[in-house]
Design a binder for this molecule. Structure first.
Ligand code: BGP
Length: 480
């Protein structure tokens, strides 16, 4: 047996973004409105909100974002200089089908991604594509109530089939729904504005509806896996999960059980994506709560036949839970006896995200053992305030974060035998933050001159992390 001493030669070093967070040009060339286009900024601790259509006088940071739509050629030169092998972005569904339910695609939108992918390939960078990264057409939310409606399955499959056919010789790695599990993750909220775009009716049980939407998305994803493999048998079609390992706060067996149960809420999605079956724990949960989730035997077969080729995931932090009454914490949805608590063994970012590099090795091991499929870290990074000094950004804190995570990633591959396709750190260039809508929560290795209020020249500057990552890639991960 070959013992791997370092990362494989063909390891996919890259960077990740999402269309709506960087492209801007939200209403040009026939593009429709997506839910991301009606989200206001959330600067200064105010949450983002979804408005009923675009309201005059509101500020929507994604409308211009960093204007990648017009500047991608320049940006790709930076990516090339850094040595990226892959670039993960998404296709903005509303550039292709403005309202989501049309039969004929918008040629101008298709042409944009043709040009973008050609430019990447010309510079030896392979595109890695997410089909839906929180960019559902707003019309599908308005007219159909989002993914709780089974009609969206056909719309999504038609969209996916259209772009997979069009780019079949340009894209090999695809992912269906970004962070599909963060809509019902067992934390304190239901993030229904992400991929499911659910419009609730009065009196509806929100949790049941979220599970229904999730099942519909999982069916859509499974159909896309099948369709994609027909279009090009070489396609690698994966899911995309947000993995946050949940540790028991203490060795109290009740804490162990609580952590396991909360984790099931996250695994539910990849259990279906990878194993093709609704897990027993979910069926029991639905039964107990009297939820009627529509899933026909034909659809069950679709789930079985459309399992994914790899597991893509984001990793930023870990969490901890306890049942110990004396320990203070935050309520967890659906788990009245357990609470989220601060883990005393890890530090937090300025946004309270618990920094835990060992958690990445733990996750790689746990997920690989659970599914035995190749893994792909498609997001990891450090959101921080950067300071421009003498035209430079000395972001040593970001380098430290990434270095510590890459070290653990290497251990998972070299020591533990995890099969890992690649690593694409999040927000390779500064973009609009999804959670806050702020520009000043920066992840990039390339700085973009723009502030939380939309002011700035959009000038790009290399940060210290740019030069550092370039060295990491050239040395194949040896020099950190
Ligand atoms: C993930 C999303 C991204 C992204 C990232 C960082 O949840 O897939 O779209 O933005 O997290 O989050 P934030 O921008 O809120 O810091």
């Amino acid at each position: 047996m070959k013992v791997m001493k370092q990362l494989p030669e063909d390891f996919l070093w890259g960077g990740a973004v999402a269309a709506h967070q960087l492209e801007g040009a939200w209403n040009v060339a026939g593009k429709g409105v997506s839910i991301a286009d009606v989200m206001t900024a959330g600067s200064n601790g105010v949450d983002r909100k979804i408005t009923d259509g675009v309201v005059e006088g509101e500020y929507y940071p994604n409308h211009e974002a960093i204007d990648f739509y017009h500047r991608y050629k320049e940006d790709i030169q930076y990516f090339k200089e850094m040595g990226l092998k892959v670039f993960r972005t998404s296709i903005n569904w509303t550039r292709i089908f403005p309202d989501g339910d049309e039969t004929e695609p918008n040629e101008e939108g298709l042409k944009f991604y043709d040009d973008l992918f050609d430019e990447l390939l010309k510079n030896d960078i392979e595109p890695v594509i997410t089909l839906c990264h929180f960019e559902i057409p707003y019309a599908l939310y308005k007219k159909y109530g989002g993914f709780k409606n089974k009609k969206l399955i056909d719309f999504f499959v038609h969209y996916a089939e259209t772009v997979m056919n069009r780019y079949k010789d340009k894209v090999k790695y695809w992912m269906t729904f970004n962070e599909i599990n963060n809509q019902a993750d067992g934390q304190h909220t239901l993030h229904t504005w992400t991929n499911s775009a659910i419009k609730f009716n009065k009196g509806e049980n929100k949790e049941a509806i979220v599970f229904q939407a999730a099942i519909n998305e999982l069916i859509a994803s499974a159909r896309v896996v099948k369709v994609g493999h027909k279009i090009n048998p070489d396609f690698q079609i994966g899911c995309m999960m947000a993995y946050v390992p949940i540790y028991p706060y203490s060795s109290n067996p009740a804490d162990q059980m609580a952590a396991l149960k909360v984790m099931e809420r996250r695994f539910f999605y990849s259990d279906i994506h990878a194993r093709g079956k609704v897990p027993a724990y979910a069926k029991k949960d639905w039964q107990r709560k009297n939820y009627h989730i529509e899933l026909s035997s034909k659809e069950e077969r679709i789930l079985e036949e459309g399992t994914v080729d790899f597991i893509g995931f984001s990793y930023y932090m870990s969490g901890a839970v306890t049942t110990v009454p004396e320990v203070k914490g935050q309520e967890i949805l659906d788990f009245p006896n357990a609470k989220w608590v601060e883990n005393p063994y890890v530090n937090s970012s300025d946004w309270g995200w618990q920094i835990d590099p060992i958690g990445l090795r733990y996750t790689l091991n746990a997920v690989y053992e659970r599914y035995n499929l190749p893994l792909f870290i498609v997001e990891n990074g450090f959101g921080a305030y950067d300071k421009l000094e003498d035209n430079k950004i000395h972001d040593q804190y970001r380098i430290e974060y990434l270095k510590a995570h890459i070290e653990q990633m290497k251990l998972a591959v070299v020591e533990d035998g995890v099969e890992l396709l690649g690593y694409t750190p999040w927000g390779i260039i500064d973009i609009v933050s999804f959670g806050s809508g702020e520009m000043e929560k920066r992840y990039g290795f390339i700085h973009v001159d723009k502030d939380n209020y939309g002011k700035g020249t959009l000038r790009r500057r290399r940060k210290d992390s740019f030069y550092w990552y370039k060295r990491v890639i050239t040395s194949k991960g040896q020099e950190l």
